[in-house]
Design a protein around this ligand. Sequence first.
Ligand code: PLP
Length: 399
Amino acid sequence: QSRLSDRVKSIKESPTIAISTKAKQMKAEGLNVIGFGAGEPDFDTPDHIKYAAIQGLVSGNTKYTPADGMVELKDAIIHKFQRDNNLKFSRANITVNVGAKHTLFNIYMALLNPGDEIIIAAPYWVSYPDMALICGAKPVIVETSEENNFCMTPDELEKAITPKTKAVVINSPSNPTGSGYSPEALKALADVIVKHDLICISDEIYEKLIYDDFKSMSIASIGDEIAKRTVIVNGLSKEWAMTGWRIGYAAANETLIKAIGNIQSQSTTNPTSFAQDGAIAALMGPQELIQPLVSAFDERRKYIVDRFNSIPGISCLRPQGAFYCFPNISGLFGKQTKEGKTISNSSDLAEYLIGEALVAVVPGIAFGAEGYMRLSYALGMSSIVEGLDRIEKAVNDLK
Ligand code: PLP
């Protein structure tokens, strides 16, 4: 332990991965656990994507590719940005990485010096702050409120800025809350970012998983000034159920993209060659294939939110995107289990639910928000119904 670097000692295992691993382990031991922890679709990757990867393998795409991605994939990504976001890029603006998590890691490595500050709105995706710590940078957490739909306001952003601030992370729709920023809200944030000449890291990985009349918009499409300062992060994992393929990508100015390429050329080298073939098929193929997945998530979302809002002590906003809900559980604090243990925080509740009801959820504190818990609804409807029945019973058993 004492020989490990300070860098690695400053971080912890991703709590969401730890919880889904624990749920999987309990299942393997024969326990009937319902896991609401994992952030991955329960659907299979569409066949045309799998066949494209098989075709790539068969035709010999089994060697190193350019470190930052095949030109054919870069062209497909350029096409995607033009089609979906009305943004124009050239190959020098695009990098392909080993999942969007790796994209973000490379961006942080390329941008953050020790002592730099990076602004992150809470509730946040678990890796945003820890990746900053790895770089020796300081994550500056901006607490958002449920009243503002967990969105950071321009005032809150402005107050967090110091001379050391280098970048701001925007994640819309968000993991863990499912909240999305409206075009007006993005414009107001963009004004502050441009005024202070900050870098905007815009994580748009859930842009296609949206519900009701919410429309995703890239902050980079607001205007040239914010576009110049934005690095867009996206990936194939979520909308195409390709979590295991590990393909993510970014679009930004040439200097940053080249720096990321250099880091990658000294670390992972290229993302897996034939996974890139699959990614091309996903980006260039029929986009309407995402629809059934979005409709299924939508049905589950409505069910799960309605169920939570009918349980005394719990309330839940209706998420606009992604596949998570983030119920407020603070009304249960102070209650006691049958064994006389008091539920004082989100970790107590998560522990109680896994022990009493065999239901795995992630405590809000893992996302920097005490008083909440996160449930992914990327699991089958029958499991969701059973899981909610169990949660309701366990919560009603608290005194
Ligand atoms: N960004 C957000 C907000 C996420 O929720 C995730 C995955 O959970 C990622 C990025 C990384 O996705 P991947 O590395 O699978 O592309």
